[in-house]
Design a protein around this ligand. Structure first.
Ligand SMILES: [Fe+2]
Ligand SMILES: [Fe+2]
Length: 192
């Protein structure tokens, strides 16, 4: 069930018009705003792509349940759903920040007193379902993982990428980046 670059782009074109959880933007707007924030911050290609694709699990869920929204009374584990589909196509430097973007929220809520209160209501609700703030030991363990710093930066772009009608590049702007990173990975030229 691997998704190649073209499958990924097609998935966004087909399903990204749907609303992003309880936020006032679509999945496409959220993905493009997140990638744009990462790009403007001077992030690596891998982190920009991770920002673009971090919620692809929601699109895969929408594809599987074509009627739309997943139930919001349990954790959908969307940060992990896409990994088996992407592992053959993209390097760990893209996959890890995607997998860790929910734990990055749990980390930030635990370690920055000002972080939790500025989360959107929908994000505060999902935090509870996702296990709530990390303990001190969990926060330390998280920060010691490879790609933790990238995941925390991605999380901050994620939180800001919810602005109705914000102007961003379109999906085509990032398609070349996706194809390039995938091609380099396929040829074995990518380091984890
Ligand atoms: Fe997410
Ligand atoms: Fe997100």
């Amino acid at each position: 069930m691997a998704l190649n670059s073209e499958d990924i782009l097609a998935l966004y074109q087909q399903y990204a018009a749907q609303q992003y959880g309880g936020e006032a933007v679509s999945q496409m707007e959220h993905a493009l705003q997140c990638a744009h924030l990462a790009e403007r911050a001077g992030e690596s290609d891998a982190v920009v792509l991770a920002a673009l694709l971090h919620d692809i699990g929601h699109l895969l869920a929408a594809q599987q349940h074509a009627q739309g929204d997943a139930p919001n009374d349990k954790d959908d584990l969307h940060q992990f759903v896409a990994l088996p589909f992407l592992r053959a196509t993209l390097p760990e430097s893209v996959l890890a920040p995607i997998a860790m973007h929910v734990d990055a929220k749990r980390y930030l809520v635990a370690t920055e007193p000002s972080y939790g209160p500025q989360l959107s209501p929908a994000s505060q609700r999902s935090l509870a379902l996702q296990g709530g703030p990390f303990s001190e030991a969990q926060a330390d363990a998280f920060l010691a993982l490879p790609h933790a710093a990238e995941a925390v930066r991605l999380r901050r772009y994620d939180d800001l990428a919810k602005v109705p009608a914000a102007v961003t590049p379109d999906l085509a702007h990032y398609a070349g980046l996706l194809r390039t990173v995938a091609t380099e990975f396929a040829s074995g030229r990518t380091e984890a």
